[in-house]
Design a protein around this ligand. Sequence first.
Ligand SMILES: *[C@@H]1O[C@H](CO)[C@@H](O)[C@H](O)[C@H]1NC(C)=O
Ligand SMILES: *[C@@H]1O[C@H](CO)[C@@H](O)[C@H](O)[C@H]1NC(C)=O
Ligand SMILES: *[C@@H]1O[C@H](CO)[C@@H](O)[C@H](O)[C@H]1NC(C)=O
Ligand SMILES: *[C@@H]1O[C@H](CO)[C@@H](O)[C@H](O)[C@H]1NC(C)=O
Length: 200
Amino acid sequence: MAPGSLISGLLLSLAVTSVVSQSNLPDVPPGVFNVSARIEIQSNTSIAWETLNNFPGYPDWNPFVRSSIAVSLNNVTLPEQRPALNRRLILRTQIPPLPLPVNRNTPDNPLNTQFAYENVTLVDPVLFRLAWAYAVPTAGTFEGVRYQALSDIGNGKILYESREVFHGPLANVLRALMEANLQKSFEGQAAGLKLFLESK
Ligand SMILES: *[C@@H]1O[C@H](CO)[C@@H](O)[C@H](O)[C@H]1NC(C)=O
Ligand SMILES: *[C@@H]1O[C@H](CO)[C@@H](O)[C@H](O)[C@H]1NC(C)=O
Ligand SMILES: *[C@@H]1O[C@H](CO)[C@@H](O)[C@H](O)[C@H]1NC(C)=O
Ligand SMILES: *[C@@H]1O[C@H](CO)[C@@H](O)[C@H](O)[C@H]1NC(C)=O
């Protein structure tokens, strides 16, 4: 093999390795279990960030979180329907997710509908990271922080990632009941975001 092709082969494998291992999710301590998804999307970070922050648009594309409503501490719907630090959210979810594609008229599967009351813990429009966590103290049961992150990976593509690590004495119960379907919901949201952004 010519030295040139050896070097370009080496560079290629380095480039492949770095895309595969690249992540914009923060490092967090391991818990009892986690669910996660990552997907490459032909899009840009500005429209993808706007899509993740625009709660009223969720029903148009999201097969997992069918609605996210930002509320005051008294549970009154806020005028600004976007995540902000320390803001409470009421999520209506499908676990497992609805089949894709979805739009705002797609009915829920009532057997798979669950509600979650969350507290926004991170909104970083520079690093393109969002996070929320269960707002009702679940200490003594289980806890989880759900992170989402975007990164520009070049060639007109972005990487969307999400991950939730579960902790606490009852996390194993949650795992037995929900891990497989929660994992499908995380993957469903990633696939729904891709479908939506790539059709724009
Ligand atoms: C998530 O789970 C996988 C598989 O068990 C594990 O390898 C990974 O370290 C976990 N990640 C985090 C952040 O806990
Ligand atoms: C991002 O993508 C959207 C939708 O395709 C497009 O309208 C917008 O101009 C793009 N923005 C940038 C900064 O590339
Ligand atoms: C707001 O709604 C959540 C979820 O239903 C509930 O846990 C919480 O107690 C409510 N807060 C108030 C002040 O009513
Ligand atoms: C909500 O998140 C903020 C920001 O991390 C934190 O300061 C606050 O204590 C949290 N509130 C609850 C009820 O978890």
